[in-house]
Ligand binder design. Sequence first.
Ligand SMILES: Cc1ncc(COP(=O)(O)O)c(C=O)c1O
Length: 384
Amino acid sequence: MAEMRIPFFKPSIDDSDIEAVAESLRSGWLTSGPNVKELERELAEYCGATYVNAVNSATAALHLALCAWDIGPGDEVIAPVYTFSATANVVIHTGATPVLVDVRDSDANIDPEAIERAITPRTKVIIPVDFAGEPCQMDAILDIAQRHRLKVLTDAAHSVGSDYRGKPVGSMGDATAFSFYATKNMTTGEGGALATNDQALSDRARVLTLHGITKDGWNRYAAGGTWRYDIAEFGFKDNLTDLAASLGRRQLKRLDGFNERRAQVVQRYFANLRDEEHVILPGFDEANHRAWHLFMIRIKNEQSPVQRDEVIDQLAARGIQTSVHFIPLHYFTAYQKLERWQKGDFPVAERIFEGAISLPLFPDMTDDEVDEVCHALREILHPA
Ligand SMILES: Cc1ncc(COP(=O)(O)O)c(C=O)c1O
């Protein structure tokens, strides 16, 4: 394979990030401690949530919220079929049943009408996923949730820094899960957070995060801490380290700048590709101020002389790395084994997937790199 001159993604790590982690190392406090507490406070302020629990992934945040609500066998949780598998895997891990629904053609976000149709007396939670950073239709989803007395747990792995009609993602619904994975809009390497306005949820999730210990682990070793602790219930090991949190605090300070540059890159993609007849550009709602996590175009396979898979290969041959978000969940072996879904069940998600290509997008991407990707794409789509 050709060397990837333009990667799909590159984390933006500067000297201040490195110094923050070095400082954390020098402090001698490596696991969850003061940096975790500060990250939680700063993120809560940033996203308008009353409580934030920093954890080691968005997957953990989603799982902890479901467990803290006692979601389990007999319960149903509605999630979009067009997402990363973590969104629905965690439902399986609780023993509950994931009920997959289709998405909207315009933005690949969960379709509120499909949610409504999927509700049964067993439904307990809706997990909307803010695909590529675009907030879901929260007014409609919260209205459905209120009418049917359901919880809303937003998978905001892509949308840290997004606003939905002036409300920050993290401030709406019952809980929100953020991801700080290496490719995300801000990173701690691996990491995530659960944001909520519900103290009971935050408190129970905190106990479940660390084995079920009733006192924060780091309190045990603080001045005045005691060796005594209780295991109140059977918890997990999902805490974030202070090393990671020290990076997260720096990245959070830089997040608005990252998202601004991402938006500039996206604008340049739009300007470059506006007239390209063989692609569909991503839809978005102007009423939102969104963070762009992905720039996903769709190749119009039925009219384009070159199909999606071939476009990806030819871009790679020119040193341009891309990705596909997402393979619909019902295509995966583990989901097929559940014998609940078949190809054809989710026509919109399936159609989107057929043409989907996520183009390179990261804060340090230059205008020349954007132009090169677009130039290559146009040449590939219009062979001589
Ligand atoms: C939509 C979505 N949800 C959840 C996750 C899981 O995030 P994490 O790796 O932090 O667990 C991802 C990660 O790629 C994602 O894209």
